[in-house]
Design a protein. Structure first.
Length: 200
């Protein structure tokens, strides 16, 4: 019997929303401890969509196989009366997009050393995903396909982590993404960061 995330967690705030999912900051009491988690769910209107549900669970299973400091960890996956959920590590920080936006708004520039460290962390996370294997030791052949500033979390601990494998391509997925659709976000594919916001 699956435990009910809605009963065991108290939602504190919304961390983000996308086309398919919604992530909230939630607290759960475990013994004498209270821990923060990022709880991801399908959008309400997609809960009854079989393809969306399988895609969501596929993402959770893939991320659950990844154990690396530069990839957001998934601790549990399941389903309750509100639909499927994914229990993830809460990263106290900001998305790379949010960081760049704040830098521009404040009239500042991002030091090149900081930019390179973020890119290094994201690359290490990506390499770990590419090299990941299933529980039998077989290569997953995982390709993220949506590396964007929204999917890189810059933590206050100085570590950046890769997240959101929702449209990842991997061997043995239950669902398949369509071949004739653009993978990723058009704006991120069509543009690249300008040097004006990086300080040498």
């Amino acid at each position: 019997m699956s435990w009910s995330a809605s009963e065991e967690f108290t939602t504190l705030s919304v961390l983000g929303e996308g086309g398919m999912g919604r992530v909230v900051l939630a607290v759960r009491t475990e013994g004498g401890l209270r821990r923060l988690y990022a709880l991801k769910r399908l959008r309400a209107e997609l809960v009854e969509d079989e393809v969306a549900r399988e895609s969501f669970l596929d993402e959770a299973r893939l991320m659950g196989l990844l154990h690396h400091p530069n990839v957001v960890r998934v601790f549990d996956v399941g389903s309750d009366q509100e639909g499927p959920y994914m229990l993830m590590e809460f990263v106290h920080g900001i998305t790379l997009r949010g960081l760049l936006k704040q830098v521009v708004q404040d009239g500042l520039v991002l030091p090149i050393e900081v930019a390179l460290e973020i890119l290094r962390d994201a690359s290490l996370g990506l390499a770990a995903a590419h090299e990941a294997c299933d529980i039998r030791g077989e290569p997953l052949k995982l390709v993220h396909r949506d590396i964007s500033p929204d999917n890189v979390l810059v933590g206050r601990d100085g570590i950046s982590r890769l997240t959101d494998f929702g449209i990842a391509k991997a061997l043995g997925r239950t669902t398949r993404t369509t071949q004739n659709l653009l993978k990723g976000k058009l704006g991120d594919i069509a543009t690249a960061p300008t040097r004006s916001h990086l300080r040498r």
